[in-house]
Design a protein around this ligand. Sequence first.
Ligand SMILES: [Fe+2]
Ligand SMILES: [Fe+2]
Length: 281
Amino acid sequence: MATKKSGGGRKTAPAGTAAKTAANRGKKKPTDLGANRTGVQTAPLRAKEMAQATEAVQGDPTLASALAGARAEASREAPPVGTMPMPGTVKGAAKTVAKALQGEKATVFLDKLGERLAFERTGVRLYDAVLAKLPAARLTEGSLTVQEVRGFRDEELAHLHLVKDAIEALGGDPTAMTPSADLAGVQAQGLVSALTDPRTTLTQCLDALLTAELADNDGWKILIAMAEATGQDELAQRFATALAEEDHHLASVRVWIAERLGIQLGKPLPSTDFGEPAQPA
Ligand SMILES: [Fe+2]
Ligand SMILES: [Fe+2]
């Protein structure tokens, strides 16, 4: 038999897992002392030399202003990152959008909807990456569970479909990469890299996830405000449901981080006031 029942009624681990777990136990943690030689305290005698060299480079203020000038010039002349796609048919999409938004700048709203769509898609991938970290993480303490992480992942996917439906209802094309969607992808590159790096720990990944959830939360608030401003009240209500879920994601990720850091410190952290509730009362 490949598996047999243990005392707790749990199945025994697959072959090789015990060896992997043992190896894991001896694995270095990022907070262990190691061969990090980046600080000046590693070579105090060279520190003075380095400080002198830095002062020499900083000495010319014209270099900094020349660089700022070149950037300003480039910004003035550069084309936009992208533009909005042409509507599929003048009869269909263009008219639908114009009518639905009652003459408002439909492309401004559709651009931000495209951004949210891209971000929610990334959100699914980020949670998938967190799920992949869980087998190697210690989950015996703290409130984080595989089920809850999976649930949040599924909610991100549901949000993606919510935005897709909204774009379609307004006559837009959800498969189009809008300029803001493009930028959202660029911004999230660091988060994806951090989460999919096999060397990063679950605790480190939760920090990356927190960055995403903070942006996610504000993103939904802006979308709700834009929907209200353009008379899309029903849409605003549906977005508010998504915001309530994002609120829960944000609060949970904050708790998970505090719990894990408390475990690593050997002292539970006192509860922290992060300011106003994420969702307006
Ligand atoms: Fe989200
Ligand atoms: Fe979220």
